[in-house]
Write a protein that binds this ligand. Structure first.
Ligand SMILES: [Zn+2]
Length: 77
């Protein structure tokens, strides 16, 4: 049986990560309509620095960036 897997590019780090089946090293972020890898999710658990790329993305989706207590943007589920 051929196992089909997809590589998806992480929105934050730009690395291609395996995205199913059986191994999900990245997760779809529905609110932002992007793929975010598990490495970024773990290392950026406190939030993301609001870069121009991120702010552009949120603006294009009509999302108002809401910095957390550290001034960082939380990654939504
Ligand atoms: Zn990443």
């Amino acid at each position: 049986m051929i196992e089909v897997c997809v590589l998806e590019r992480c929105f934050l780090c730009g690395f291609d990560r395996r995205f199913g089946p059986n191994a999900y090293r990245a997760r779809y972020c529905k609110s932002w309509d992007v793929i975010i890898c598990n490495v970024c999710r773990n290392s950026l658990a406190d939030g993301i620095v609001p870069t121009p790329v991120l702010l552009d993305r949120l603006a294009s989706l009509g999302i108002e960036p809401k910095p957390n207590a550290r001034g960082l943007i939380d990654i939504p589920d």
